[in-house]
Structures are given as C-alpha cells and as structure tokens.
Design a protein around this ligand. Structure first.
Ligand SMILES: *[C@@H]1O[C@H](CO)[C@@H](O)[C@H](O)[C@H]1NC(C)=O
Ligand SMILES: *[C@@H]1O[C@H](CO)[C@@H](O)[C@H](O)[C@H]1NC(C)=O
Ligand SMILES: *[C@@H]1O[C@H](CO)[C@@H](O)[C@H](O)[C@H]1NC(C)=O
Length: 126
C-alpha cells in the first residue's frame, strides 16, 4: 500500500486545482460594477399581476397600465429603482436561460403607467 499515498495526493491536488479554477473563474464572471437593486417583494406576485402589461411590450404592442390596477398597487410603495428591478426580474427565466431580449421599454412603460419614473440609466435585458 505504499502506492496509496501518491494516488491520494494526486487526487487531492487535482481537486484543489479544479476548485481553484472554478472559484477564480466564477469570481471573474460575476462583475458587479454598480450595486444592482434587488426586489423585496415576491417575484411570483409581480409576475402574476404585471406580466399581462409587460409581455405585450416585448412584442412591441403597447398596453396602457391602469394606475388603479393591482400591478400598480403592488409596486406603489417601492422606490423607482426597486420597482424597476421587480418588473425586470419578473420577466427573467430561471438561470442559465437568457433570451437576451431588451425589455427596457416595456418596464419603463409600466413604470410610467403606474405614475413612477424610470431610474437614471435603467436598462433591463432578460
Ligand atoms: C415598434 O413599434 C414602433 C411604433 O409602431 C415602431 O416604430 C418600431 O420600429 C417597432 N419596433 C420593433 C422592434 O418592431
Ligand atoms: C434597450 O432599449 C432601450 C429603450 O428602448 C434603449 O435605450 C437601450 O439602449 C436598449 N439597450 C440595449 C442593451 O439594447
Ligand atoms: C448614466 O450614464 C452616463 C453615461 O454612461 C453617466 O455619465 C452617468 O453618470 C450615468 N448616470 C447615473 C445616474 O448613473
């Protein structure tokens, strides 16, 4: 069994390299240039109440959101930037699926319809 030690050592070394690689590459692939606002309300609720106003916008169909709609009530208490994040997140598919669709315009139109302003430099790509 003098053979056992080198094999385990190699196994361990390979594992360490692998994890070092995974750790460093994932650290590099998550650039966070600005603190991205997060949504403190339930994503499924946003989806449920706001999707019908957001989805047509993705197809370039303009839908006016009634300010009294449940979608607007849901986001009414949020800061503009958080409301925008909630609406944007509600359009995202579970990772790793990304469609690379620019959803900035529909999110802005729902914000405007609900009497909110679009945050400066806001973009939403889903
Ligand atoms: C969306 O509709 C507007 C106005 O109808 C039009 O000017 C624009 O080119 C359309 N955009 C796309 C991506 O179809
Ligand atoms: C997405 O669309 C918005 C407005 O429709 C535009 O200002 C922005 O530059 C677009 N972003 C990308 C990444 O195409
Ligand atoms: C918006 O983007 C412009 C150009 O990239 C930048 O100069 C400006 O500081 C940004 N504004 C905010 C509020 O982030």
């Amino acid at each position: 069994m003098g053979f056992n030690t080198p094999v385990s050592a190699i196994f361990l070394a390979v594992n360490l390299l692998f994890f070092a690689f995974v750790t460093s590459s994932s650290a590099q692939s998550v650039p966070t240039p600005s603190p991205s606002p997060t949504c403190s309300i339930n994503n499924l609720q946003v989806k449920g109440l706001c999707a019908k106003f957001l989805l047509p916008g993705l197809l370039n169909i303009t839908v006016t959101v009634p300010p009294t709609s449940p979608c607007c009530s849901l986001i009414s208490g949020l800061a503009n930037i958080e409301a925008a994040a909630c609406l944007c997140t509600s359009l995202k598919l579970p990772p790793p699926i990304t469609l690379n669709i620019n959803a900035t315009a529909p999110v802005n139109s729902v914000l405007r319809g609900c009497g909110k302003n679009s945050p400066p430099n806001f973009t939403c790509v889903v």
